[in-house]
Design a protein around this ligand. Sequence first.
Ligand SMILES: [Zn+2]
Ligand SMILES: [Zn+2]
Length: 230
Amino acid sequence: MLKFLGRGAGFTDEHNCAYFVNGDDMVLIDCSMTAFIKLKKFDSINAKRIVVLVTHTHSDHISGISMLIHYAYYVWKKSVLIVAPSNDVLKDIKKVLSIEGCDDENVEYTLVTVDKSGLDFIIDSILTVHVPELEGKCFGYELLIDGKHIVYTGDTGIINPFVSRLKKGSYFYCECTYYPAGVHLHVEEIISMNEWFEENDIKVFLMHLDEEEKIEKLIENTGMQLVEVV
Ligand SMILES: [Zn+2]
Ligand SMILES: [Zn+2]
């Protein structure tokens, strides 16, 4: 369903970044510098506009945004729409972009909150708990793409806000760590829900991985899978 430019956690070489095409838009969920560099190497991007849905402002999620805006403006000649999950996050993104010399009077981009985005595939942003420094500023997304109901966690230490959004047949993109960290979801916690996922025909895709091979081994006998990277 979603494709990925990277599926790694913060300390890996390819940071987590999902993407899909929606009409004239190419939509990214977050955009770190590693994701931007990968996107830049695409043979062609047919979309007229690049849209970035931001989950939170850790650098493995937003470090490529200002470069993307500059590159899209000067090289691709495409417009960029940045979507913040809340007003507070919007203010923080604006500050970062401003520090990075990304001024919407010089390069063309639009920064809005979900409700003002005009994107009808976004059902909602989902507030969650990740790290204390970004309390109240970490989100996932509930989406409806081509009739498929998608719940995407972003970085999160708790699973409940997302499980409560799942319904029969949902696609669940869930962050997952091998090493228990508190601020991320531990693989064993996700596996412990496997029976419930199967009963409800919920397809589980794991992302934002710290130890791919070890996690892959643990989920061998479940219906879960790692997201696919292009
Ligand atoms: Zn992260
Ligand atoms: Zn994070």
